[in-house]
Design a protein around this ligand. Structure first.
Ligand code: URA
Length: 438
């Protein structure tokens, strides 16, 4: 087999078979296929696309390029959730404890934030003492004991994806649905869960800017998951504004804790209950979504989800005193209020830009090596559709670094658009995609 012929075939729009795709992924991973050949192949995929079978073969080849976690030592059907990345997305911190409190094991590997999106591992590190590097043995034991553990992604999870992603990043080949879907799903399949619930974001703060593209990505990933024998569904949610109000690590943890007490923003509660319900049905804990949604609400109302959260923080070495009294979390020292320059209705937000403002304040990473300030970030004071008077606060910015404050304030103001016309509030959950749909 020759890489040249595979590139030629894809350039002509021909379907590759599993052997050819395995040859490409294995060869690129072991270095026998060069960066320039792989770049040409990736560009051909961007332009010509891939069939469902090709995408599944690509995903499996990438998943098998490293460790495939065997979760069989954990009793019961293991459920996992994954978000395609957004601004202010703290749902894992809420959904994990709800589902675990209802007896479904959640064994989750998570990543760190990069660019305008945050990562669950960074958020959890807001708790002093919290350990995210667990051995497989400790990870399994903790899930068996308390039904919930979150560890950082092991270095050898889908190494082919890591290498391919680095190349896509510099060759303008990121925005291809088969490449995004296979990249995400290779890591999910390698992480071993039986039930996978995907939260696919759509809007100005997401990879997929339109609902149509998000639905297409969701369908592709659901098809891959089910094709690989995992029970997979996707919830498409709105990312045309930050989820909830807080953006930034410990600020998001505080908001997640409020949500676990039932006092979260409407969109955050909707997203969390919907994702939890899908996981509960997928794992067989509830017969239908209505029952599952009710169980999730009950776990918040009776305090069992918050109790589970505290147990989880303690189990991984964290100080749960911070969860019980969130005033203990340090706030960054410089506080700046961004105020509306005119009266009207908040009609649009440039959500990716809001993520970039939080990065400027110190809450996010420019590169994988950047240090972050866990106490920095933004508290939004408005949602799309809200009416504001001139001078009302749109957002409060928190940072310890005076150098970026002026720019952050200016960019934040420009990211929240105000109009004279009334604006309808939209529902947060846009679509739910199950297997077998066209
Ligand atoms: N997240 C991933 O892991 N991969 C992509 O290609 C895009 C988002």
């Amino acid at each position: 087999m020759r890489m040249y012929d595979c590139i030629l075939a894809k350039k002509a729009g021909r379907e590759l078979n599993r052997e050819e795709i395995e040859y490409i992924v294995d060869g690129f991973t072991d270095g026998s296929i060069t960066d320039y050949q792989m770049s040409a192949f990736l560009m051909a995929v961007c332009l010509k696309g891939m069939t469902g079978e090709e995408t599944l073969a690509l995903t499996m080849a990438m998943a098998k390029s490293g460790d495939m976690l065997d979760l069989s030592p954990i009793v019961g059907k293991k459920a996992d959730k994954h978000s395609t990345g957004g601004v202010g997305d703290k749902t894992t911190l809420i959904v994990g404890p709800i589902v675990a409190a209802l007896g479904v094991p959640v064994a989750k590997m998570s990543g760190r934030g990069l660019g305008h999106t945050g990562g669950t591992i960074d958020k959890l590190e807001s708790f002093p003492g919290f350990v995210t590097e667990l051995s497989e043995q400790d990870f399994f034991m903790q899930v068996n004991r308390i039904k919930l553990a979150v560890m950082s992604q092991t270095a050898n999870l889908a190494p082919a994806d890591k290498k391919i992603y680095a190349l896509r990043d510099v060759t303008a080949t990121v925005d291809s649905i088969p490449l995004i879907a296979s990249s995400i799903m290779s890591k999910k399949l390698a992480a071993g869960a039986d039930v996978i619930v995907l939260d696919v974001k759509a809007g100005s703060g997401a990879f997929m800017k339109t609902e149509e593209d998000a639905i297409l990505l969701a369908k592709t990933m659901v098809e891959i998951g089910n094709g690989a024998g995992r029970k997979t569904c996707a919830v498409v949610t709105d990312m045309s504004q930050p989820l909830g109000y807080n953006v930034g690590n410990s600020l998001e943890v505080e908001e997640a804790i409020a949500a676990l007490h039932g006092a979260g923003a409407q969109d955050l509660m909707d997203a969390s209950f919907t994702l939890a319900a899908q996981m509960l049905v997928g794992a067989g804990r509830a017969g239908d979504l209505k029952e599952a949604y009710g169980l999730a609400q009950q776990a918040v109302a009776d305090g069992s989800a918050f109790e589970k959260f505290c147990e989880f923080i303690r189990a991984q070495g964290g100080d749960d005193g911070y969860a019980k009294g969130t005033k203990k979390f340090p706030r960054a020292g410089i506080e700046t209020k961004v105020r509306a320059e005119r009266a009207g209705y908040v009609c649009r937000m440039q959500t990716e830009e809001i993520g970039m403002v939080s990065l400027l304040l110190g809450a996010g990473r420019q590169t994988k090596e950047s240090k972050i300030d866990l106490s920095a970030g933004i508290i939004m004071r408005v949602k799309i559709g809200d009416y504001v008077e001139e001078g009302d606060v749109l957002a409060t910015l928190y940072t310890n670094d005076p150098s970026g404050v002026e720019e952050a304030g200016r960019r934040m103001l420009a990211a929240v658009e105000i109009s004279g016309e009334t604006v309808e509030k939209m529902s947060h959950v846009l679509a739910v995609i199950h297997g077998g749909e066209g």
